[in-house]
Design a protein around this ligand. Sequence first.
Ligand SMILES: *Cc1c(COP(=O)(O)O)cnc(C)c1O
Length: 356
Amino acid sequence: MDGIAPIDLARPEILALEPYASARAGGLPAAGSVVLNANELPWGPSPGSELNRYPAPQPAAIRRHLARFYGVGENALLLTRGSDEGIDLLIRVFCTAYRDRIAVCPPCFGMYEVAARVQGAGVERIPLVQSSDRPAAGIDQAALAASGARLVFLCSPNNPTGALVGRDEILALAGALAGRALVVVDEAYIEFASAPSLAADLASVPNLVILRTMSKAWGLAGARLGALIARPEVVALAAKIIAPYPISHPAADAVLAALAPAGMQKMRRRVALIRRERERLYRALGALPVIDAVYPSSANFLLVRSRDPSLAAMARRAGILLREQSTQPGLTGCVRITVGAPRENDRLLAFLENGR
Ligand SMILES: *Cc1c(COP(=O)(O)O)cnc(C)c1O
C-alpha cells in the first residue's frame, strides 16, 4: 500500500473541486490601491478601523509566527476557527457520507464524533486500554489498524484523562495505517505537557496530522484560532473547502498581540504557573476523603474519581463548575476539574474539605 499517498484517500469530488476564488484570494491590495473589487463599503465603523474590509484569508504574520512556534514550514499550516474547524474540515475532505468512517478512542473529546455524524460518516469506538493505575491510557493498536477508518483521532494529552499517548505508539499506528488512513493527533493541551509535539515527525510520516489551538495555553478561546498541521498536499485540500475569510480582523489582532515577544513570555509564565498549581491540586485532592483517585495529568485539568456521585452537582450549588464525566466509558464517578488561578483552586479545595 506504500504507493498510496494520503491525498489519494480524499473524496474524489474534493480532489476535483475548483475552490471559490474570493476577492482577497490573490493577496491583500497594495497600499494606495483603489479597492473596488469586493463590494465593501469604503468607510469603516470608526476612523482607522478596517472592519469594512474583508480580512486576509490566512494572515501572513500569524502564519509566519505560528509556523516558527510549531517548528513546521508555512505550507504545512492552515489557520482555522479553533481546532474544532480543523476536525470538521478533515472529516469533510476524507469521509464520503454513508461510506467512510472515523475511529475514536473513548473516553475522549466529543467533537470528533459529532463532526462525523454531521457529515454522515460512521464512527468506530475503540476504547483506550485500561491499566492498573489509570482509567484509560494506551491505544488498542490492533483494533485501530483493523477498524477500516479513514481518519483515526487521537488526543494527546487526552481530554478528559490528561494522559499522553506515547509517541512510539502513535508512530507505529501511523506506519501500520500507511496508505489506508490518516492519524490525527489533537494536541490542544501539549503546551502543558513535558513531552514535545509530534509536529517534527511529519517529515517522516506522511499520514500524520496535528491539531493545535490558541484556546488553551494561550488563553484565547474567545478568539477562535486553531491550526491544522500536515503535509502540504493535505493542507491544500483542507484549504480548498474552508470558508473564504475564516479569521476575523479582531481575532487576528488578538492573536498577533499574543505572538509578540511580550505575549509569548506571558504565555510561558502562565503555563508554568498552571503546571505548579496542577501539582499542588494533585497532591491536595489525593489527600481528601471524598476523592477516591486523582489521575496524573499532562494538561491543565485533573480527572478525579469521587466517592460521592453527586460531587459535581454539589459543587455547582456552591458556585463551582466542574465537568461530569460519568457517561464516558470507564469513568463512572469521575469529574474533570480545570486547574484555575491559585485563589480559585483554594476555593475548590475549601469546598471539598468543608462542603462549602
Ligand atoms: C478544548 C479542546 C480543543 C480546542 O478546540 P478549539 O476549537 O480550538 O477551541 C480541541 N481538542 C480538544 C481535545 C479540546 O479539549
